[in-house]
Design a binder for this molecule. Structure first.
Ligand SMILES: Cc1ncc(COP(=O)(O)O)c(C=O)c1O
Length: 386
């Protein structure tokens, strides 16, 4: 017998299922092409998958060390040095986690005390605020505006007070596809100067920037890196989101606190996958460097196809997402428009308003273009009918 009242009051009364789950289920129910949830339609590299099978068959099936398999920590450290010129101690500054999601939760939990304020930028990825609130923190939302979705640093400066504990950054940015410029780094530096504010930098799309733009990692700036948890995702970089693997890089003092949380949530991360990644990155250290060109071509293909539609697109600068303004088609709210697209036109998308505390009046949906060209072609054909 179940008794729903036993669990009441729930910890999260206003919270339902995430928009990604909702739209993916709707896509399935209506037989729609799923351009909603952010996962690639491709499998990871064959060698990587072979190495997983090999390690499972050859005895790497027990708990990995708390912070990760040393061989993988070393590969990550080497990648960070190559990309950002930063020397990190693999054993003390890197923790391999079950996806970026767990790393974000651990980093926030390590910093936020009840009553602390945390700044996020809307539209904000949906795990940030729950992570803050579960720790008794207060989320302060600063909106970014269409079409450039840049951070208004004056608003950040105005928001900061002596309760501000943390700023959560996301660059390249989901869902907007915006990417930081060097002056964003300067502005960040200015607004936190002289404070004890910590930073969580969600960099899961760090390798996916377009048109010659480079990812500006906080790891390249020692004064910012010394107060930052930088988080990445193997799922996004190697097309294996279902494997749930990512990592966090932080100074030793921050990482010690992070590990105190991680050890009681997951203890350690999937062992055979870690061994396999260590092998794979050593065998193909250039994989991440080819990713931007791969996705830039996808973005261009999708944008070209969509030019034949009444959607208006400003090409995304990074990530595998593309926003589209549908105001020439309809003035419905985006949640209704997304439902109608899925149900009647069989293409599932994400309504962007759900990522705002106070959604602005705009008519924008997000497409994921991490799909085969045939899938993008089929979806565009259906969207051209609107
Ligand atoms: C901005 C952002 N952060 C974090 C994540 C979660 O990454 P992972 O699948 O590695 O947990 C995602 C996944 O969509 C994302 O878009």
């Amino acid at each position: 017998m179940t008794n729903d009242s036993l669990i009441q009051p729930g910890k999260f009364p206003g919270t339902g299922t995430t928009i990604f789950t909702v739209m993916s289920k709707m896509a399935q129910d209506h037989g729609a092409i799923n351009l909603a949830q952010g996962f690639p339609e491709f499998d990871g590299p064959p060698l990587l998958r072979e190495r997983v099978a090999w390690h499972m068959a050859n005895g790497h099936n027990q708990y990995a060390p708390l912070a990760g398999v040393p061989g993988l920590q070393q590969q990550i450290a080497a990648m960070i040095f190559e990309l950002y010129g930063s020397v990190v101690n693999p054993g003390r500054q890197i923790t391999v986690t079950p996806g970026a999601t767990e790393a974000i939760f651990c980093a926030v939990t390590a910093c936020v005390h009840p009553g602390d304020e945390v700044i996020v930028f809307d539209p904000a990825y949906d795990t940030y605020e729950p992570s803050v609130e579960l720790n008794g923190g207060v989320t302060r939302h600063i909106p970014m505006a269409y079409p450039d979705f840049r951070i208004d640093w004056q608003r950040v400066a105005d928001q900061i007070n002596d309760r501000t504990r943390l700023i959560i950054l996301n660059n390249p940015h989901n869902p907007t596809g915006s990417v930081w410029w060097e002056d964003d780094i300067e502005s960040l530096r200015r607004v936190i100067d002289g404070s004890n504010i910590l930073l969580v930098s969600d960099d899961v799309y760090e390798h996916i920037t377009f048109d010659g733009r480079k990812h500006l990692s906080l790891l390249s700036y020692p004064d910012l890196a010394e107060r930052a948890f930088c988080i990445s995702s193997f799922g996004k970089t190697y097309h294996v989101t279902g494997w749930r693997l990512g990592y966090c890089v932080a100074p030793e003092s921050l990482m010690r606190e992070f590990l105190k949380i991680h050890q009681f949530i997951n203890f350690s991360t999937n062992a055979p996958l870690q061994y396999a990644f260590a092998d794979f990155i050593e065998a193909d250290p250039g994989h991440h460097a080819r990713l931007a060109a791969f996705y830039e071509e996808k973005r261009n293909t999708f944008n070209k196809l969509m030019n034949e539609s009444r959607f208006r697109l400003k090409p995304s600068a990074g990530t595998f997402f593309q926003l589209a303004d549908y105001s020439a088609i309809s003035d419905e709210p985006d949640t209704e428009f997304a439902t109608r697209l899925t149900r009647d036109y069989k293409v599932a998308v994400i309504p962007v308003s759900v990522f705002y505390q106070r959604p602005p009046s705009q008519h924008i949906v997000r497409f994921c273009f991490a799909k085969h060209d045939e899938t993008l072609g089929q979806a565009a054909e259906r969207l051209q009918a609107l």
